[in-house]
Design a protein around this ligand. Structure first.
Ligand SMILES: [Zn+2]
Length: 506
């Protein structure tokens, strides 16, 4: 069988096991997709049990002594084989996941899943009524369970490290703090300069645009980007997300708001960026240990690239605005391209993270990091969260949420036990610009290409330097390989300063 790699029997066994896990994970993801897209409310209880059953099967198949032995044998077998090979990397990635899973006793895992299911229901209610007291006892349980989880990973440098590592392999709390410490004063300074200027009008965005035309336009844009419809589809869900059931089926969702055309448009671009990353993983990693992604920050670097750097650029709208304007003459006939561009790039401190502009977004993340660290260190009590949240909003953005629904209750993450996730959003913003700058150095014509709706150079570059590797490299390795540097705030701040200096005449 010339041309086909021959693996040792043990390596073959590993790949076969992982292929089965990846099948089960695909089924799990499909259950989750259906839950958010099609499932009637009455299905929630049994769906929860179905997902838990599958989760238990996966855990029981994965976290066995026998599988641990297979990994250990393979480490011996690999010996000092080049650590860059797919085989060596596969064993490394599987070992890391295995060691995490096997540390968690099944009772703690089951208790966590149950607590998260209940906390999610409570959070939905608490948010709808803007009543934190409904969520409080559940969040206390979640934080307590997360502390128990973290203790399994002693010794660590910082109590937040094991949580962060689940989303951003290899990244330490100290690294993130160092980055945010550099970032914060620069963000504050930029925001101050901007808020001294007059706000551009964006009232033409906040109108009831026809949904079917929004859908048409969104699909057209991401088709131009290079989203592969043979291996994907788009549906409507309350919260936009991307999910995949293998390399051949990566789906996205969007949502249409009655009073904001930007919401669906930019979140469709955003999710297409996540999806194109997943679609771009090398075919050889199908049902494979390296078939995932490097990290959430690298994922977010891709979504932010298409949503913000490209989707909110002047070049993009130079091409697309005439057709957009033609679709919605009732709101845009009198709005010039220049005014439209300024409108979609309006900077204004706001309560809701997901709707924040590029210049204020990271502040929402920094305050969440401080709170999460405080919760884990025990210096912040869950009961004091609404007040602490509002104080930090005042401190970072100079505004105080009118209620907890628009404050501490706005995000779903904590109800799902996802503490340690938020920093990846800001890190992704920084990484997106670093990759972009490198791409521009190599292909200075890219902005002109965007103005002609040509995106193949961009997608091909990301495929080559990021997507194809799947989970082979850690996030910082990807960044060093692609850009020569770890994640750093300077390029992002330079990008923001340049962009807003022009828009706001700073
Ligand atoms: Zn995202």
């Amino acid at each position: 069988m010339s041309g086909k790699t021959e693996y040792s029997p043990k390596m073959q066994a590993l790949f076969e096991r992982v292929a089965e896990f990846s099948d089960l994970e695909g089924i799990m993801a499909l259950l989750g997709w259906d839950q958010q897209v099609y499932m009637p409310p009455g299905g929630a209880e049994e769906r929860g049990l179905q997902s838990a059953a599958l989760g238990r099967i996966l855990h029981e198949k994965f976290a066995t002594e026998e599988f641990g032995q297979l990994i250990a044998d393979l480490e011996d077998e690999i010996g000092d084989l080049n650590a860059e090979t797919d085989v060596a990397r596969s064993v490394k990635v599987i070992k890391r996941n295995y060691e995490k899973q096997v540390k968690v006793p099944l009772p703690l895992l089951m208790e966590s899943i149950k607590a998260q299911t209940m906390a999610h229901e409570a959070w939905v209610q608490a948010k709808a009524r803007s009543d934190f007291s409904i969520f409080k006892p559940h969040l206390e349980t979640i934080v307590d369970l997360r502390k128990q989880y973290v203790e399994l990973f002693q010794p660590y440098d910082h109590i937040y490290d094991p949580l962060l590592d689940d989303f951003e392999p290899g990244m330490k709390t100290a690294d993130v703090k160092e980055i945010f410490d550099k970032l914060r004063p620069q963000q504050v300074e930029l925001l101050q300069a901007i808020t001294e200027k007059e706000l551009p009008d964006n009232s033409f965005i906040k109108q009831p645009y026809k949904e079917d035309y929004q859908d048409l336009f969104g699909r057209h844009v991401i088709t131009c980007f290079g989203y592969d419809w043979q291996r994907g589809r788009m549906d409507v869900a309350p919260h936009p997300f991307t999910t995949g059931f293998g390399l051949g089926d990566v789906r996205i969702t969007t949502r249409y708001l009655k009073d904001d055309v930007g919401s669906a448009l930019f979140s469709t671009m955003h999710e297409s960026g996540h999806a194109m990353y997943a679609q771009g993983v090398s075919e050889k990693y199908k049902r494979h240990p390296l078939g995932g992604a490097a990290s959430l920050a690298i994922h977010e670097s891709q979504s932010r690239l298409w949503e913000n750097i490209i989707g909110r650029s002047k070049e993009f709208w130079t091409y697309f605005y005439p057709s957009f304007q033609m679709l919605f003459p009732e709101y845009l006939a009198e709005v010039s391209l220049a005014d439209f561009y300024r409108g979609i790039n309006r900077v204004e401190p706001s309560f809701i993270r997901v709707e924040a502009d590029e210049a204020t977004y990271n502040m929402h993340i920094m305050l969440r990091l401080e709170i999460e660290i405080g919760l884990m260190e025990g210096t912040i009590n869950v009961g004091d969260l609404p007040e602490i949240w509002n104080n930090k909003m005042q401190d970072y953005l100079g505004i105080t949420p009118p209620d907890d629904a628009r404050g501490v209750l706005q995000d779903i993450h904590w109800s799902g036990g996802m503490i340690g996730y938020f920093p990846t959003y800001a890190l992704g913003n920084l990484a997106s610009v670093q990759l972009w700058e490198k791409l521009l150095q190599e292909h200075p014509n890219v902005p002109d290409e965007i103005a002609q709706a040509k995106f193949d150079t961009i997608l091909a570059w990301m495929r080559e330097h990021v997507h194809q590797y799947g989970a082979k490299y850690d996030p910082q390795e990807i960044m060093i390989k692609a850009t020569g540097s770890k994640i750093t705030p300077e390029p992002y701040m330079a990008y923001l300063r340049k962009k807003y200096a022009e828009i706001y005449d700073l």
